[in-house]
Ligand binder design. Structure first.
Ligand code: CO
Length: 172
């Protein structure tokens, strides 16, 4: 089932999510819904708080070499924690909760993350490049933050201007 994605400046996006304790059918339905909602909106990652559920859950599904996002490639992470990060990379990011805006963000190049899968089994992943960007972006949502908060003052002003312009456009 598709869920509604909440967008900036909805205050719910500032909620710090809490850990999942039950790895039950309700969780599995939420994960399936999050995947469906992410794909339907042309996203590559989605955190539960973006569908107004304040739980430490995220899904990531990067396109393969044929630009296909296969369900079997989806990463489902429950209660994730970054246990190591190093290096620096800059990537042009967007966010389903900040539609119509892209900006370069500086993040760690390489990370190690520990999390649980949908059955509560411990998982560990070491990754870099775009997948590391996606992890860091989604985990920021779980902390109640958006990528636009990381921008320099000038870029932030550019965002505010663009946001106001979009708001005006909607009123026509
Ligand atoms: Co986002």
């Amino acid at each position: 089932m598709l869920r509604e994605i909440i967008t900036y400046p909805n205050k719910l996006l500032r909620t710090k999510s809490v850990d999942v304790e039950k790895f039950d059918n309700e969780l599995h339905t939420l994960l399936d819904d999050m995947y469906e909602t992410m794909i339907a909106n042309q996203g590559v990652g989605l955190a539960a708080i973006q569908v107004a559920i304040p739980l430490n859950i995220l899904v990531i599904c990067l396109p393969d070499e044929n630009e296909m996002q296969n369900k079997e490639d989806v990463i489902e992470a429950i209660n994730p924690k970054i246990t190591h990060k190093d290096g620096v990379q800059v990537f042009l990011e967007g966010c389903l909760s900040v539609p119509g805006f892209n900006e370069e963000v500086k993040r760690a190049e390489h990370i190690v993350v520990e999390y649980k899968d949908r059955f509560g089994k411990e998982q560990k992943m070491e990754t870099s490049d775009f997948l590391a960007v996606a992890w860091q972006h989604e985990m920021e949502h779980l902390d109640g933050h958006l990528f636009i908060e990381k921008l320099s003052l000038n870029k932030r002003k550019k965002f505010e201007k663009e946001y106001k312009r979009q708001q005006k456009t909607k009123k026509l």
